[in-house]
Design a protein. Structure first.
Length: 319
């Protein structure tokens, strides 16, 4: 009987402790830093292409999250299983479903590393996906029910929520093209008005990157094909391509990758299928791309940015 009473006391104590865990409610402010891992693209340009400024503010209540940057607002609404994107000067409310991110999780590792951020003790966790590594410093004292984000696969936040049940105060994402850092500078725990998460009354549309960007475009007179006709050394095809006996033509496509910078200048050109094409044809394809007239640069949020481009150059010979 005494043993039964002790068990009941332990269960009651456990439920009492769980009941004391109150969801974080308030505002967190972060600084944002980026580092480019690609030649020809600056650190600052990555902030623009990622839709970030120097500061990020996040408001949280009952699993609803409002992220504010210099470019607009992001509303994470668990009840709707979506994130809504309202960009400045664009009268459309874009959205992404929570299950739209199909990135695969490769490994999850809780580190022994600890850090104090904004006066709060934090632990570390690293989540490795098919896109790269993300390291979070999270604060166990700032509880957030993981159930709110159990289906939020955007950035695989569902994994972070499940493993930590708390708020992150430090964040480092590293992949082949950039490194992104967030560092908390202030934490304000205070009641949040539900109206903060009211969505703007605008037409809704599924988000694509084209909504905020315009790709680089060839600006030469007559278009790209006309430029090739007038400038490509066609005699090279005759010299270096052999027509099979049972065919009337021989064709070789050289695929050229290159960078169009903010001024529309072409640089960093390379042949993607170098092993599959004749070296002289690859050389000519590089020349024709590098010497092409100035392009119209790509833009993101109306800001000129560099863009990696791919352009095929086709050589053909006929009997």
């Amino acid at each position: 009987m005494k043993k039964f009473g002790l068990i009941c006391l332990l269960i009651a104590a456990t439920h009492s402790l769980l009941a004391q865990q109150k969801d974080f409610e308030g505002t967190i402010t972060y600084t944002v830093e980026t580092k480019s891992n690609m030649p020809g693209i600056s650190d600052q340009i990555w902030k623009t292409m990622l839709g970030l400024g120097d500061k990020l503010e996040i408001v949280i209540k009952k699993g609803n999250i409002l992220r504010t940057t210099v470019y607009g607002n992001e509303y994470y609404i668990p009840q709707k299983q979506r994130v809504y994107l309202k960009f400045n000067k664009i009268d459309t409310l874009y959205y992404l479903d929570y299950d739209s991110d199909t990135t695969q999780v490769i490994n999850v590792e809780k580190k022994t590393e600890q850090k104090t951020i904004a006066g709060t003790d934090c632990k570390a966790i690293v989540i490795t996906t098919s896109r790269g590594n993300t390291k979070y410093f999270y604060a166990p004292s700032l509880y957030l029910n993981p159930g709110y984000n159990k289906d939020n696969k955007i950035g695989r936040y569902d994994v972070f929520a499940r493993e930590t049940g708390s708020i992150w105060l430090g964040y480092t994402e590293e992949n082949k093209v950039y490194t992104l850092n967030h560092q908390c500078t202030s934490i304000k725990q205070a009641p949040v008005d539900d109206a903060v998460f009211n969505l703007p009354a605008l037409p809704e549309k599924k988000f694509t990157y084209e909504a905020i960007s315009v790709p680089a475009r060839f600006s030469g007179s007559g278009g790209w094909n006309k430029y090739l006709q007038n400038n490509l050394k066609g005699d090279l095809a005759v010299k270096y391509l052999k027509i099979p006996r049972d065919q009337n033509t021989a064709t070789q496509e050289v695929i050229v990758d290159f960078l169009v910078d903010e001024q529309g200048q072409v640089s960093n050109a390379s042949v993607r299928n170098k092993k599959e094409v004749h070296a002289k044809l690859a050389e000519e394809a590089i020349r024709i791309v590098v010497e092409s007239p100035r392009w119209k640069p790509a833009t993101v949020f109306g800001v000129k940015v560099p863009q990696r481009m791919t352009q095929p150059v086709v050589f053909q010979v006929m009997k």
